[in-house]
Ligand binder design. Structure first.
Ligand code: G1P
Length: 292
């Protein structure tokens, strides 16, 4: 099994759920404390051993490219002022030359289509996909946990978690073979955004995938699914006879930063994890709780 070195970050989505913030700013640049969501996804990939970062972007997403590049004016100013710590902080974000590549999804045709846009950059090796909306707090990076299991099963894999029954219509849902007691579960079917009545289980796909490069052949057919879009979940279903699909129940907590509530929760949870913010966060929470 080849080492997984490449990760695709689909970042072309409009982010209308966060208007007005996203009117002139990519949704992936929304922050959890002082770092944008895309930073957390890239850090998770780096810590999992990813060496090549492929962004599938769109119009108005230039802020993402600038974020992972040097800002000469800022650096010069920080140097002049002797702000060594800040300088180190911004320089550490910069991805090495040739380690990052940007391509565009010109039309919003769905997640499956966005991933297909990266086909020539990925070529013929298994690769990871990370959706920045799903922020995961864990000791071992979620993608790294998945990688250690992928080697034994191959095919296609995604991180999964149980969601409330009424939330199933917002996700790709697994129809599972056997029991749920193993972290790795095999799917006998998958359905993208089923109605609550039709959901085969409550096990939902989250935005972390390890995919076989053979998926590009399926995505190439551009068959439309839920919402009239090319869905990656449909490709998993169509490939099942030749490529097993496994859901991986990861260790950690996931925040749905595609919603206001999830982003708010993530800000609180990540503050509590940080040495410089834990005490002040608790103080604020205690004060507010008393006032309620
Ligand atoms: C996408 C996928 C869906 C998955 C979800 C995870 O949906 O299509 O299968 O469950 O990400 O966040 P989206 O949230 O982009 O509508």
């Amino acid at each position: 099994m080849r080492k997984i070195k490449k990760a695709v970050f689909p970042v072309a989505g409009l982010g209308t759920r966060f208007l007005p913030a996203t009117k002139s700013m990519p949704k992936e640049m929304l922050t959890v404390i002082d770092k944008p969501l895309i930073y957390y996804a890239v850090e998770e990939a780096k810590k999992s051993g990813i060496e090549e970062f492929i962004f599938v972007t769109g119009r108005g997403k230039e802020a993402i490219e600038d974020f992972f590049d040097y800002s000469y004016e800022l650096n010069a100013m920080l140097e002049r002022r002797g702000k060594k710590e800040d300088l180190d902080l911004v320089n550490a974000l910069v991805l090495d030359p040739g380690q990052v590549v940007y391509t565009r999804q010109q039309e919003p045709l769905g997640l499956g289509h966005a991933i297909w846009c990266a086909r020539h950059l990925v070529n013929d090796e298994p690769f990871a996909v990370l959706l920045a909306d799903d922020l995961i707090l864990s000791d071992v990076p979620c993608l790294k946990q998945m990688m250690s299991h992928y080697e034994s099963v191959g095919g296609n894999m995604a991180a999964v978690t149980n969601v409330p029954k009424e939330a199933t219509s917002g996700y790709g849902i697994l129809d599972i073979e056997g029991a749920l007691d193993n972290p790795l579960v095999k799917a006998k079917g998958l359905v993208e955004k089923p109605t609550v009545e039709d959901a085969p289980s409550t096990l939902a796909i989250l935005g972390r995938y390890i995919l076989s490069p053979d998926i590009f052949e399926e995505l190439e057919k551009k068959r439309k699914g839920a919402g009239g879009e090319v869905q990656i979940t449909d490709a998993f279903q169509r490939m099942l006879s030749t490529h097993p699909f496994h859901g991986y129940q990861f260790e950690g907590e996931r925040f749905d930063c595609g919603t206001r509530e999830g982003l708010l929760q993530a800000n609180i949870a990540f503050s509590l994890e940080r040495d410089d913010l834990r005490e002040v966060t608790l103080k604020i929470m205690r004060k507010l709780a008393k006032e309620l």
